[in-house]
Design a protein around this ligand. Structure first.
Ligand SMILES: [Ca+2]
Length: 164
């Protein structure tokens, strides 16, 4: 299926990735993921180290593994079966994944992606975890030593933050 969506150049851009992930969700879960182009862009950015706007089939399969992993958490922590994640469920998900997120950060994410009611649907959920992971990984890449603050100049910060 990856080849089919990659086209003749064997590379997968954000639009290809969106269509591929929706098709994979349909085949795995019986319903499309409802992924937006913006979510596909952020998923692609996680593996697009050199900012080329494309990923390989192998990288696309890693994106799919990432989506499956977080879909499992989304389903498991959506205790009220609302098909959406509220701020409390979001904090539990991050805690379960071993990713410590401050109360202020998780509240900001809830409002940013879930509106005033903090109700986050699946597509926005995947978008926010992709951006959060990329944001975290960017910081790590600027750290000289683990557990220390990172040193980053304005140009590096802008490039990293604008490609989340
Ligand atoms: Ca819920």
């Amino acid at each position: 299926m990856y080849r089919q969506f990659a086209g003749e150049d064997y590379l997968i851009d954000a639009k290809d990735l969106r269509d591929l992930l929706n098709a994979l969700c349909l085949s795995a879960y019986g319903s499309e993921g409802g992924f937006s182009l913006e979510t596909a862009r952020s998923l692609l950015a996680m593996y697009d180290t050199w900012h080329l706007g494309v990923v390989s089939s192998e990288e696309a399969s890693k994106v799919w593994a990432f989506v499956k992993n977080w879909k499992e958490r989304f389903d498991r922590f959506d205790k009220d079966n609302s098909r959406s994640i509220d701020s409390l469920e979001l904090r539990r998900i991050f805690r379960d994944s071993g990713f410590s997120l401050s109360l202020a950060s998780s509240m900001a994410l809830s409002v940013r992606y879930g509106g005033r009611l903090g109700s986050i649907g699946f597509d926005d959920f995947i978008l926010l975890v992709a951006k959060t992971k990329r944001c975290y990984d960017s910081f790590i890449s600027f750290q000289a030593n683990p557990k220390e603050d990172a040193t980053v100049n304005l140009e590096q910060w802008m490039e990293a933050a604008l490609y989340l």
